[in-house]
Structure formats: C-alpha cells, structure tokens
Write a protein that binds this ligand. Structure first.
Ligand SMILES: *Cc1c(COP(=O)(O)O)cnc(C)c1O
Length: 496
C-alpha cells in the first residue's frame, strides 16, 4: 500500500508516475471495449478540454452561488440545455446534482416533502426501475411498491392499481438501465395526473441520447416533459452527454414542484444553509467540465455521436443474433444490447418478490444448455471485451449487458468473430464447477466466512479477471443473500 501521508512531501513527477501505475490496473476507459461504467465519445481533444475546465474550477465551491456566480451561470446554462432537449417550457427549473442517484433521491425527497400530511409516504416503481430508487426509499424512509412489468416494460394498469392515497411519487424509466427499453411514459403519466400524483421519468441513462435517436428516425415513444403529467425528469450528463463523472440534472415542470427539494436551515450560529442537493460544499470541477463538454460537442455533435452509437448497436445486436448459443434478450431499441443464453427461459413477467426457488431454477436452466453466461463473460473479457453481468431475478435469466457508446463504432465490426470464439470456448469449458460451499444465509455471514469464501473462489490478490465462479454463487443466491455476500466482500476490500 502506498503511504498517502509520507513523512516529507514527494516530488510531483514521482507522484504522477505512481498515479499512472495505479491507473494501469483499471479497465480501459477509452477504446470502445468496456460496455459499462464509462461513456466514451472518442472525440479528439475533448479530454484536454475537460481536464483544463475541471482544473480551473476544482476549488470553486457551489455552496454559495452569490460568492461564485460562475457556477450559478454554468448550472443555469446546463439546466437550460437539458430543458430544451427534454421538452421543457419557460416554466421549467432544475438542479445540477452529482449523479443519477442524487437526482433520484432528490426527486423522491421533493415528492415526500410536498405532502407533509402523509405520515407513511409510498413510492410506486416498475420492477425494472433503477436500484437507486430503492436507495432513495431506504434513505428517506419512503415505502417502496415494486410493480411487476409486462414484457420488460412498466405495466400502466398494474402501476395504476398500486397507487394508494399515501403514494407521493410514481416513476418509470426512459429507458431502463438493465434492458434499455422505454416504459410507456404517456400512459403512466395520464394515470398519475388523473390521480393527482407526481410522476418522475428516470432518463438518467438515456436522456441525452433518446432525443437524438428519435431525430435519426428511431421509433421511440414520447418520454419527456412534453408529456402532460410528467412532473420531473432526470438525465445524467456523465452518461450520454459524455461529461466527466459527477454531473446529473434533475428538472421539474415548475418552481412550485421543486421547492420541497430544498433543505434550508438558519437556526444555528453559523451561515444560513440553503441547499438544493445532498452535498453542501460542492466542487465546481465537474460542473465546469460538463459545461465545456456540452459547448465543445454541440447539438450537431451529439446527433453524430448518436448516429455512431445507433449503428454500433445494430452491428452488435446482429452479432448476437447470428451467434448460435446466445440471443438478444431485449429489443436493442436504444443504446443497450442485452443478451442471454439461448436456452434461458423466456419469461415475460417480472414478479416483484423474488422467490429463492425461481432464482435457482433460472440458474440451472442457464447452466444446463451449453453456454454458461458467467463463463462467457470471462471469455469475452479474456478477448478484451468487458461486459456487465446481470443476475437472474424473479424468473428472468441471467443476462449480459452492453452499454454502447460512440467509441464502439470503431470496434463493433470485430465483435462478432470474438463472440463466436468466446461462445465456442465457453462450450468447450462447460459450466463452472463450484467448490463445496457451506450453507449460507444472510444472518450467518461473518467477515471470516467471507474471507474463506473469497479464497475458495479464487479472489486472492485482487485478481478479478476470472469471475465465473463468484458470479455463479451470487446468481444462485436470493437477492438478500447476494446483498450480504457482496457487502461483506466490499468490506473486506475496503480497508487500509
Ligand atoms: C446510472 C443510472 C442511475 C444512477 O446514476 P448514478 O450516476 O450511477 O448515480 C439511475 N437510473 C438509471 C436509469 C441509470 O442508468
């Protein structure tokens, strides 16, 4: 471990060399071969621009916009751009947040605090909504009503049935992260409006690409503030706006809807604290970098990036369709390619309460038919394609998720051959064989047990390149056990 507090300060050159070495262990953020976590437009010079912009505002504090009007101006410009792109009107207002999770927490907070008389507030979401809603509900003590979906999309009738007098917010995705499909926003919005409930559209993932895909002719439904009944919408600039990490936007239809989002406190001897978001002190770096990114790329630039992404999605989806042993699990209608093993059961309904037996069934179904998806993910990684596994859930089989960005345009043509090769290698290897495991329940997990499991599953020394065994164990576990295992494992990693 490197000493972060050496006796005497170290020379800059050496520190930068150390940082380069550390970064060398990371997955590649550029090059179009990492299909999660990063969004790469592959634009010459953009990194230099955003680096300079970030550095120039890194020490500026968003705590007080009257002290640092530069940030107020940039934030208002970012919110204005998002409003223009997402069906806003002159009444539209918004906030810059640190990411999608914060945007969703604030949307839920604003809704909760808009109805102070409701003592046990509830949030209605489709089962495919992002996990950040569960986090928001947990942090804010709002009860979560998870509604089963129909063919991977929110089911408006089931959503309507889940609304109660205590419901403070209904939400849907445009598109969902896991499958990249757009929920029927207009139908749900009509129901929410009729019932007088706020309706948030989570466009964190796709909000900056859907408008351009539509301009390019993609057949996608209305999803933004132009739809009556949508009261707020979120879009992450650090996703398809290609800004460096740390920036998302939460838009509200008007100021009255936003007011309960603020936290204000003047009842102490220090400065009155008035915050639109969770953090108080906030770096201007990510905001300036996002501002520079939007102005550097421009509307025409984003249209071109969306065109490249759309073409790449088509190429990758065709590769999946053409490969025996895997299939597209969801229609590749936006910027996600989601694939499953050919043998995986086609299940159209996601139940909200996962029975452990469902999970076990789908796990064995995927392992018995030739292509073990967990081995396949490792084989793809060994060939330089880093994908994201999604575990079996409530009757859905495990899937492999690919977030496609413009940088993939250069690499997509090479994917089909490597996918076929990886599938062949996966077949040859057969499903993972697990070491004997003790009976596991969330209650019996201890740090020592996690350490011995990690050892047994080959996770020694921080080598995360062969994850099939680990993923198979997690996949076979019900969600509560997955949570306990992963929490224990992260806790093992995250210590000096
Ligand atoms: C990424 C994402 C989020 C959470 O965003 P973070 O920036 O990771 O906090 C929420 N919803 C959707 C649909 C997302 O794709």
């Amino acid at each position: 471990m490197i000493d972060a507090l050496p006796e005497k300060g170290v020379a800059s050159d050496q520190i930068l060399a150390e940082l380069r070495e550390l970064r060398g262990a990371d997955l590649p953020t550029h090059g179009g071969r990492l299909f999660a976590y990063v969004y790469d437009p592959a634009l010459e010079g953009l990194d230099d621009l955003t680096r300079a912009a970030h550095a120039g505002s890194a020490h500026v504090n968003g705590l007080d916009p009257t002290a640092f009007p530069s940030l107020l101006a940039m934030e208002n410009a970012l919110v204005g751009a998002a409003a223009k792109l997402l069906g806003g009107t002159p009444e539209t207002v918004g906030s810059v947040t640190s990411g999608g999770t914060e945007s969703l927490i604030l949307a839920v907070k604003a809704a909760r605090d808009a109805y102070p008389a409701i003592s046990e507030p509830r949030l209605v979401i489709p089962a495919t909504a992002h996990a950040a809603f569960a986090k928001a509900a947990h942090y804010l003590r709002v009860a979560l009503d998870v509604v089963p979906v129909e063919g991977l999309r929110a089911d408006p009738r089931a959503m309507a049935a889940a609304i109660t007098p205590d419901t403070v917010l209904v939400a849907a995705s445009a598109p969902s992260y896991a499958h990249g499909v757009v929920d029927p926003v207009a139908e749900i919005a009509a129901i929410a409006a009729e019932r007088g409930v706020r309706f948030h559209v989570d466009a964190c993932f796709g909000g900056w690409i859907l408008p351009y895909l539509r301009r390019l002719g993609a057949d996608l439904p209305d999803f933004d503030l132009s739809v009556p009944g949508v009261t707020s919408i979120s879009v992450d600039l650090h996703k398809y706006a290609y800004a460096p990490k740390g920036v998302s936007i939460l838009l509200h239809r008007d100021q009255a809807l936003r007011l309960p989002q603020y936290f204000a406190y003047a009842d102490w001897p220090g400065y009155p604290m008035i915050n639109p978001g969770i953090a108080s002190t906030r770096s201007g770096g990510p905001i300036a970098a996002a501002f520079a990114t939007l102005r550097g790329i421009g509307d025409a630039g984003y249209l071109e990036l969306a065109r490249k992404t759309r073409e790449s999605v088509a190429v990758l989806a065709a590769a999946v369709t053409a490969t025996d042993g895997v299939r597209l699990y969801a229609p590749a209608e936006t910027s996600v390619v989601c694939l499953a093993a050919d043998t995986a059961a086609v299940t159209e309904t996601v139940a909200s309460d996962t029975a452990a037996s469902d999970t076990a069934d789908t796990a064995s179904a995927s392992a018995s038919g030739g292509v073990d998806l967990f081995v396949l993910a490792d084989e793809l990684a060994a060939r330089g394609w880093h994908t994201q596994l999604q575990m079996a859930y409530a009757g859905l089989p495990p899937t492999i998720h690919l977030t496609v960005t413009a940088a993939v345009h250069a690499t997509a043509p090479a994917f089909a051959a490597d996918l076929a090769d990886a599938v062949a290698a996966t077949r040859a290897k057969g499903p993972v064989e697990l070491p004997p495991l003790p009976p596991l329940t969330p209650e019996t997990i201890t740090p020592a047990l996690i350490a011995s499991l990690a050892e047994g599953l080959g996770l020694r020394g921080g080598d995360f390149t062969r994850m099939a065994a680990v993923n198979s164990v997690l996949n076979a576990a019900p969600p509560a056990l997955r949570e306990a295992l992963l929490t224990g494992f992260l806790s093992l990693l995250q210590r000096p």
